[in-house]
Design a protein around this ligand. Structure first.
Ligand code: NAD
Ligand code: WQD
Length: 344
């Protein structure tokens, strides 16, 4: 079977780990990325791990003509994994139009081109952010989508609706929507990992930078939530585990393992971990102290959310396999590698 796949945003954090897993599984990968939040060096990292250099085209997915030319020049692309998007929640509040354009027009362009070039399916990167604060935990895929708290969150909801409407209208492709919980960690080789831009907004990169001494102390945003230790609870999912799920989803679409043209899966561990528990877990895994201070709540934070991953477990045969300890060790190994390379 021809296994040629287009991965948009493939030099980014989740995309690069997914390209590794796709190539390992025998897929031929074409990456497009405009490098707005990543670097071409990532291709070297992927090649070091897999001994295969993926095809890379620097391209903005907003540019439909160039995207069309790419499909022409790489005939036989059967599936797409669409990671390319802007993802900084806070920034989206200040630059809503950029976010709506980048996160919606790119999807529309791909969906427009898929029938013309006979691509069979698209895997879409969605987020647990669509659930807001769920009424019932752990949250299942049929839980109501809550009004978005940011333009970023809204783009994910709108993209999901676009896919639903396109499939409902009978457009000739399948789609799998993957709702990620909180992806963390790096490839165990430390050849690829997360490269936050400036001061990290996400917890784990801030923890590793604080442990490295790049940041003086970590601010813990609130200890007065209705949780056992008062800090917020999330479902932290290892990025390689997450990446593996994309391979299974792509196999499922291309091998017609499901009749359903559109499916949605939560990708999480099913375990809720508080901010303070995560800090403790990092300290015991690495033996390195993370100075922290409790500060006020961060605006827009959800109190607690974790996945019910049963649908993915049973239907895809996928489970999150990595332990929190190994995942945090991989994040730490990556941070040390960045230091060696004088990057951070
Ligand atoms: P990332 O920023 O590391 O990767 C996204 C990649 O897309 C970057 O390499 C960027 O340069 C590229 N890109 C952005 N706009 C583009 C455009 N118009 N054309 C071509 N390339 C473009 O982000 P990530 O963490 O790997 O996230 C991947 C996807 O998963 C995104 O859609 C994100 O919204 C979604 N997601 C991420 C998280 C998370 O916490 N990291 C959680 C849920 C969902
Ligand atoms: C995790 C916890 C913070 C930093 C975001 C997006 C979401 C999704 C994943 C894309 C929270 C606390 C954090 C710090 C802290 N992305 N924290 N000090 O907010 O769950 O989700 O990324 O779809 O849409 O909103 O992730 O890593 O920012 O925070 O105490 O310096 O860590 O309050 O409880 P979040 P996060």
């Amino acid at each position: 079977m021809n296994k040629k796949i287009l991965v948009t945003g493939g030099t980014g954090y989740i995309g690069s780990h997914t390209v590794v897993e796709l190539q390992t599984a025998g897929y031929e990968v074409v990456i497009v990325d405009n490098l707005s939040n990543s670097s071409e060096d990532v291709i070297d990292g992927i090649e070091k791990i897999t001994h295969i250099r993926p095809d890379f085209v620097k391209l903005d997915c907003n540019d439909k003509e160039r995207l069309s030319a790419l499909f022409r020049n790489h005939a036989g692309i059967r599936g797409i994994i669409h990671f390319a998007a802007s993802k900084a929640v806070g920034e989206s509040v200040h630059k809503p139009l950029e976010y709506y354009r980048n996160n919606i027009v790119t999807l529309l362009n791909l969906l427009d081109l898929m029938p013309e070039y006979k691509a069979d399916g698209i895997v879409f990167s969605s987020s647990c952010t669509v659930y807001g604060q769920p009424d019932v935990l752990p949250v299942t895929e049929d839980a109501p989508v809550k009004p978005a708290l940011s333009p970023y969150g809204n783009t994910k909801q709108i993209d999901e609706e676009i896919l639903r409407d396109a499939i409902h209208a009978g457009l000739p492709f399948k789609s799998i929507i993957l709702r990620y919980f909180n992806p963390i960690g790096a490839h165990p080789s430390a050849e690829i990992g997360e490269l936050p831009n400036g001061v990290p907004q996400n917890l784990v990169p801030f923890v590793t930078q604080t442990a490295m001494g790049i940041r003086g102390e970590l601010s813990v945003f609130g200890n007065d939530y209705d949780t056992p230790d008062g800090s917020c609870i999330r479902d932290y999912i290892n990025v390689t585990d997450l990446a593996r799920a994309h391979v299974i989803a792509m196999d499922r679409m291309l091998e017609n393992k499901s009749e359903a043209p559109l499916e949605i899966f939560n990708l999480g561990t099913g375990r809720g971990v508080s901010v303070l528990e995560l800090i403790n877990a990092f300290e015991s895994a690495t033996g390195v102290k993370v100075p922290y201070r409790i500060v006020g709540r961060r605006e827009g934070d959800i109190e607690k959310v974790w996945a019910n991953p049963r649908h993915a477990n049973q239907t895809l045969g996928w489970t999150a396999a990595e332990t929190m300890e190994d995942t945090l060790l991989s994040a730490w190994k990556w941070q040390k590698k960045l230091r060696e390379r004088n990057i951070q």
